[in-house]
Design a protein around this ligand. Structure first.
Ligand code: 1HN
Length: 352
């Protein structure tokens, strides 16, 4: 506060204090004391750029696997907590992320919640997720969705641990105090459609003839890596390669052409070997998972050296530039769709 400067002779410090106490007792507060914080000239962020080495986290996830079953835990997950927001179960201001483990033979029971979720598969030979009556087998690199209020359960019929990165819009849902959760009557929901049904109906550049249903999220709930990877490779070969992003594509809802879910957008990008990207920033809070290759990303003042399966978070308005030592593929997700829908999304690219 700078009351002496703005009101040089008008009030004494004691009068100000007494006035503020009265305001407080009446449930009011002076805007002029907080204006700069609540309407900043540019984003004031609590969350900071952050990095999780898969080699460091994986052993602890396996340790959790020895200490608690998937059934006991409901979901056996290590939350990736942003160091600027400890205890708040968020990786960026608006999104939650965690690493989930399902051991051989385990099942994670069917439930649903208002929060929308995505999975990005890291390790799986025989892992599966069922979404609203349809199962999909998980392969490394697959991008799988469980939109708001869809029934979902997971299992592992293979012989090795299944691990994936979860991304949810929990902070957004809780911001609106709109969180609901329930268990299915059965531990495992009945399977009502064969594997590949959604992919055939919605993932072949066609739609069922009578498909005019308006849905906020994509009816295609699985995006197999083999397909996305091949598309990226072909686009990369014919170029151009963006100076900031390499070749970056966004996953879409085939019925609308829009983002896969209203709150979380997902992206896959390829960086050619030796790529030295220019800095870029936007207001989206983004989470990256390295799929292939090695390299580094400068985020603000920090440099993250990454390799396969590492995860890093880029909060709003931090400049980021990527360098690739070998050809690299990065998966990312962010709150871009909701910001765009609200008309508040900004970007600055490239920053020269
Ligand atoms: C959830 O339902 C899953 O279904 C994972 O795998 C993480 C974190 C918070 C709330 C619900 C899942 C979750 C979650």
């Amino acid at each position: 506060m700078n009351t002496t400067a703005t009101h040089p002779q008008s009030r004494s410090g004691q009068e100000w204090q007494e006035f503020y106490e009265r305001l407080s007792r009446s449930g009011t507060a002076p805007l002029w004391e907080v204006l700069g914080q609540i309407v900043p000239s540019q984003p004031l962020r609590a969350c900071v750029p952050a990095f999780w080495s898969y080699d460091e986290v994986r052993p602890m996830l396996m340790e959790a696997g020895r200490m608690i079953t998937a059934k006991e835990a409901e979901r056996r997950v290590l939350i990736l907590e942003n160091p600027g927001a400890r205890g708040q179960s968020r990786i960026t201001q608006s999104l939650y992320a965690g690493l989930q483990l399902v051991l051989p033979g385990e099942e994670a029971a069917t439930h649903r919640h208002t929060a929308s979720a995505l999975r990005f598969v890291i390790e799986s030979e025989g892992g599966y997720t069922a979404v609203d009556g349809e199962r999909t087998t998980m392969h490394p690199g697959d991008f799988i969705l469980t939109p708001s209020w869809s029934w979902h359960d997971h299992g592992n019929s293979g012989a090795k641990p299944v691990i994936w990165l979860d991304g949810l819009d929990i902070p957004i849902v809780n911001f609106f105090d709109a969180g609901f959760f329930e268990h299915h009557a059965q531990d495992l929901q009945p399977v009502t459609r064969p594997q590949g049904d959604a992919l055939a109906r919605y993932g072949a550049n066609m739609l069922p003839l009578d498909d005019e249903q308006q849905r906020p999220a994509t009816p295609l709930f699985t995006y197999p890596y083999a397909r996305s990877r091949e598309a990226l490779e072909r686009v990369f070969r014919s170029g151009p390669v963006d100076v900031c992003h390499g070749v970056k594509m966004q996953f879409t809802n085939p019925a609308t052409g829009s983002y896969t879910m209203p709150t979380i957008g997902a992206f896959l990008q390829m960086l050619p070997r030796g790529f030295d990207g220019l800095p870029y920033r936007s207001t989206e809070g983004a989470i990256y998972c390295v799929v292939e290759g090695r390299g580094q990303s400068r985020v603000g003042e920090e440099t993250f050296l990454w390799k396969e399966h590492d995860v890093f978070a880029i909060p709003s308005w931090y400049a980021v530039s990527h360098q690739a030592e070998s050809e690299a593929v990065l998966f990312s997700f962010s709150d871009r769709p909701v910001q765009k829908m609200l008309g508040i999304w900004r970007e600055q690219a490239p920053m020269l």
